[in-house]
Design a protein around this ligand. Sequence first.
Ligand code: NAD
Length: 488
Amino acid sequence: MTQDTAFSGYADPALHARGLFIGGNWAPGAGAIPVHDPSTGNRIADVADAGVDHALRAVDAAEAAAEGWRKMSSRQRSEILRRWFELMRAHAEELALLISLENGKALPDARGEVAYAAEFFRWYAEEATRVGGEFRHTPSGAHNILVDHEPIGIAVLITPWNFPAAMATRKIGPALAAGCTVILKPASETPLTAYAMARLGEEAGVPPGVVNVLTTSKPGPVTAAMLADKRVRKLSFTGSTGVGRTLLAEAAKSVVSCSMELGGNAPFLVFDDADIDAALDGAMVAKMRNGGEACTAANRFYVQSGIHDAFVEGLTRRMAALKLGRGYDPDVQCGPMITTKAVEKIDRLVSEAKARGARATTGGEPAGESGYYYPPTVLVDVPTDAALAHEEIFGPVAAVYRFETEEEAVRLANDTEYGLAAYVYSGDVMRAMRVGRGIDTGMVGINRGLMSDPAAPFGGTKQSGLGREGGVTGILEFMEPKYFAVEF
Ligand code: NAD
């Protein structure tokens, strides 16, 4: 597929942005970064490569726009976000195709992502006008306490490739609603969606410099330079725990406020008394949304003995029936992985588990086509100390383990350094809630395989991160409380 045919599906050529977006202008970079279509391995576009000087120019632009944006009424900021939401909806099909082209995910998943991503703009358009303060009398009666919330300042936003639209809107929405200006650095694998959304932001009326977007092949030095600049007051990062740790250390040098959405290793617990069809439906969503490339993806299925074999049989049937292929082809339900490296990692984890006694009831070997494919796979008899029980698989592999008691299930679920998401299926809601409380994660799905919602606080405990995105508190990640001691 050549670049031209890859992009022929677009109705709107305005979405074909390639340059760095700084201060409302499209600027060339210091070189080019190739973007590949994971469905074929073909190069589909080049985007500009930013160096440290471009990044500092973006900070200049964010600073120049800061005062005007902060002083604009929240109603006006809200209406701009609302227009951006409407434009994303109007361009939903082009955006979905773009996401599928550069990320590989199946079109239904890409459409779902665009809808989810746009909702962050609608939600924060609404929240922008509802930022509250606080008034209290001191217990001593000496004075009064007035608490205001102010925009924290210039924010650097770094996003991963697995949700190129939603991870960006989940940060841009609350940051803009709070009154901050931002520099977004999307993943180099999937930059086209971010640039396309920047075009829509321009059209929505986002003033120049409020949102800047830059891609770089040198994320370490470029980010370090921005964090060292005293004008930058916030880092909001979504990505792997390893990179998150590096960035926390970098941010510590200038005491920059950090929000971190990091890796996951979600357990999916099914008790004997669960509705098995509902559990299987939920398992397919929790495992296969985005081909398994989601931080909330169910990584470890713990199934109670009495229902184990029926669950494995049902899951195998459903996974084997999925159509694997190019993400944007009709009827495809599972697209390729993001890179060959991702396929190699999955293969390594599955091979190690098989060498230690695990058995594949479907899949279990790389698909061996052009592109980066791994077939939907179910593994049984997996030892609980296999590497794939402890590392993020980030692919379409469901490893099923057997358990006997509730205590054992909770212990196994907590046997990980991660704490992002967990799922519990049981016909006894009291039990499901008790188990959910016992699991150390930021989010628990009770008889439900999908938890992401712009109105809910998204985030993890342990090595899965710091802070929450979305919900009513998400905006506060981009604000500083200011306390006035008032005597009257
Ligand atoms: P990654 O950590 O490799 O990259 C994430 C982003 O960080 C990219 O933009 C990348 O270019 C950038 N980056 C890499 N090294 C950097 C450095 N030294 N300095 C500054 N930036 C740097 O992660 P990924 O492979 O793109 O994404 C997958 C990971 O993201 C998984 O671990 C997944 O669980 C996690 N994730 C978490 C959430 C969540 O909300 N908790 C959501 C989606 C993905």
